[in-house]
Design a protein around this ligand. Sequence first.
Ligand code: PGA
Length: 254
Amino acid sequence: MNGLWIAGNWKMNHSPSDTEAFFSTLKTLPSVARAGMRLSIFPPAVSLSAAKASAPAGYDIGSQSVHWEAKGAFTGEVSAAMLADIGVKLALVGHSERRQLFGETDEMTGKKVVALLKQGFEVMLCIGETREEREWNRTWSVLERQLEAGIPKEVDKTEVARLAIAYEPIWAIGTGLTATPAQAEEVHEDIRNYLKHRFRSAGENIPLLYGGSVTPDNALALLSQPTINGALVGGASLKPESWNGILQAAAKAS
Ligand code: PGA
């Protein structure tokens, strides 16, 4: 595994002009990222080109969602080929807001992962349990189901090299209730064991990111855990100062 991967999921925030303003302010702040660290932002689709044009060198800009078909009668959707046409080759799949608010099923998630990997994309598959599922001790069975369905059988070992997993407990997203480093570590160990068992050595190198109320204050403790390879950051990625604070914590942790 290389350095930490810090990714910002902007959700439905930051228009193209907000995106330019974000990056121009970021460029005035002290540069804290360490060599080897990987930095990504997932802006809304309409801001992808602005982000590509204004982000500092080395940032990977990714899409928050994608449709598995190449084109057709799918109102409101964007295909992988369209994203590739504007130079985007990275996408999130299966974010819990897609699953809970827009009815994205495990099966749809799997179709997206396959379509993206076959077209040379890097994919960050998001998985996570609800508060009730955790309380009923169903965390691992839910995550295992999401992994089985989200990485269908036709995904081969070379494609797995372009896959990352973001573990985002739903009870921690946007709630200020972060998983403790020990809770996150315990789940990451289970995910790593699953991936090693299923993909052998290829499963050892799949980046595992934690997401859910990551802030500049808790990032160091989370990112210092041996099985946490990065963070997927929502709210705290929206302001250049707090984003930079997370990068600073990541630099300390690496
Ligand atoms: P949050 O969101 O950091 O605001 O909790 C994380 C995410 O949904 O990816």
